[in-house]
Design a binder for this molecule. Structure first.
Ligand SMILES: [Zn+2]
Length: 295
């Protein structure tokens, strides 16, 4: 594993992205904790190398008299997956739920946020899934049973979570998958338990989230999966799920045509900061630089 990390780091220094189409990896004897430390190590290396871009983006924003991050966004890292707890009128909305293996941690953070000392306890009003993958949907059943909260997602990913089948409504072979992505998901796929559930609410493109106390709307962003969505707040914060990773060498594009359309769709929207499912938030300036060739 150390050799793989070293090799990836060396390639990264050289500016080479590694895409393996046909590799066969046996990660059956790799446990979750080890994989999580690998993800964290990769993420740290990646974030360090990109921190200049991120800082630059945030500095730009500060210069315009705005805050780097809107008030009321808490990032909860649930085993390498970003879950976002957003302050809404009268409570909170949670975007994505993380791996089931890290459930106790999520539970603890949520309890703390909802029950602040000397404040009236707040309610978790809604859970929004950016897509149906098990690393994002792993704690939905637990949350709906323990927090009395409804789960909302796009219909086109719904059978993924109902059947526990992450290949549902996806191509037999994704258009683009990176080596590190395959390595990590192979290990988790074998070791992570997924509690299936039926979503309560289906979200559609353009849907306003005001009824859940959130000044935001849903953006359908297929590419990683057919039912991938983003949440765009009126302050220009976009929670983009796994459409775009900010995470070393990670890439999983099920449908490249959909992906490119989604990227072009984002270019027309009023966005300041993007909050990905994996890796640190980044500015619209960084997004524009990264995807400039696709205009
Ligand atoms: Zn993910």
């Amino acid at each position: 594993m150390v050799e793989i990390l070293d090799a990836l780091n060396q390639l990264k220094v050289l500016g080479v992205s590694v895409i393996f189409e046909q590799e066969v990896l046996d990660t059956a004897d790799t446990d979750n904790d080890l994989m999580i430390s690998i993800i964290e190590a990769i993420a740290q290396a990646e974030n360090e190398s990109r921190s200049d871009n991120i800082k630059w983006g945030i500095k730009q924003r500060a210069a315009q008299g705005e805050k780097a991050m809107s008030k009321g966004i808490e990032i909860i890292d649930v085993g390498g997956v970003n879950c976002y707890l957003l302050e809404a009128d009268d409570g909170f909305v949670l975007i994505d739920t993380g791996f089931s293996a890290k459930r106790m941690f999520l539970d603890e953070v949520l309890k703390k946020a909802l029950n602040k000392p000397v404040e009236v306890p707040k309610k978790l009003k809604l859970v929004i899934l950016t897509h149906g993958d098990s690393d994002h949907a792993g704690n939905c059943k637990f949350l709906s049973e323990n927090y009395d909260v409804k789960i909302a997602m796009h219909f086109e990913d719904s059978k993924m979570v109902e059947n526990g089948d992450m290949s549902w409504n996806r191509k037999l072979k994704p258009d683009k998958i990176s080596f590190t992505f395959r390595l990590v998901t192979l290990a988790f796929g074998k070791n992570s338990i997924f509690d299936t559930f039926k979503p309560d609410i289906y979200l559609q493109d353009g849907q306003n989230l005001a009824e859940f106390g959130l000044s935001a709307k849903v953006i359908h962003l297929p590419g990683h999966s057919k039912g991938s969505i983003g949440v765009l707040t009126s302050e220009g914060d976009l929670f983009c799920g796994d459409l775009i990773y900010n995470f070393a060498g990670f890439s999983y594009i099920d449908n490249l045509e959909d992906f490119n359309e989604s990227i072009n769709k984002l270019k027309k929207l009023d966005i300041n900061i993007l909050y990905p499912g994996h890796g640190k938030p980044f500015s619209i300036n960084y997004f524009n630089k990264k995807f400039v060739q696709k205009i």
